[in-house]
Design a protein around this ligand. Sequence first.
Ligand code: ADP
Ligand code: MG
Length: 321
Amino acid sequence: EHLTNMIAAGEVVERPAGIVKECVENSIDAGARVIDIEAFQGGIERLIITDDGSGMDPQDASMAFMRHATSKLSTEEGLFNIQTMGFRGEALPSIASVAHVRLETNDGRQGTMIEYDYGQLVREESGHFPKGTSITISGLFLKTPARFKHLKSVSYEFSIIADLINKMALSHPEIRFTLSHEGRVVFQTAGNGSLQEILYQMYGREVAKEAIPFQGQNEDFKITGYAVQPKINRATKYFMFITMNSRLIRSIPIQKAILDAYGSYLPSQRFPIVVLDIQTDAQLVDVNVHPNKWEIRLSKQNELLELIKTTLVSALSQSLR
Ligand code: ADP
Ligand code: MG
């Protein structure tokens, strides 16, 4: 079983950001309103993810490290509809097979601490912890040198974590995220539900102030979001954050539609910053195109692209008047 865990770890955890993603998704699934992510040495040396979610009772806590011990629904065909983001119960066992992991959790009744060392259970006892869960992952890949070698520089590994947390904050504006590196807070959101506030945390006051809210609708789609006026934004690359039914997606045709809409409004060397949420009937969407579930296929794609273009063009042109 240890070997299976290590093989799975290759897919689930390639780098610190992958671990952060799994742990933060678990925190979100557990109903957390506050999630803290602390990284040291780009997460290579140590990662601490702490939430104020449901916590686990002692039995759930030890089960969490068993393969396929997921407490969540995971039917293949229902993937796009399920509320919880986690699936398949592979993350924690995989992580515990390639690092030192310490879990502290409290379900509001009792506290439990479990420690794993490269696949071996080393400690399991009760203790006093705040309600919620805190997981510390240290010494990542120290016993798998081939994996360790694939890690890049501290700043690169941290930048991937930071990018991920930006996106998670945008998909969950109601959660208060705090990200720190080497003990210094580098990103924090208010958790007050405002996307504009998150843009402010990401890009500063000027950009957030000039973010133009837009919304549009046709028979099948409803779109809402913010488009940052290109004159103001000094972004050095484009940022298009697209969610469909509150789930992060990647779509080249949609990105193209956004770029098209910005068209002549975009001075050279300037890039759009757009946050776009699309609400639609799940029946129109096929997400199982790519295993990472980001790539989607739509049966009424052209209709959607047209809606995006016209809505954005009208928002941008009004703001320039
Ligand atoms: P999955 O998320 O697919 O169920 P994981 O390996 O990520 O599998 O987690 C295993 C189980 O551990 C989860 O189903 C959940 O019951 C529990 N768990 C993990 N992290 C947390 C957390 N932060 N808060 C509460 N429960 C958690
Ligand atoms: Mg999970």
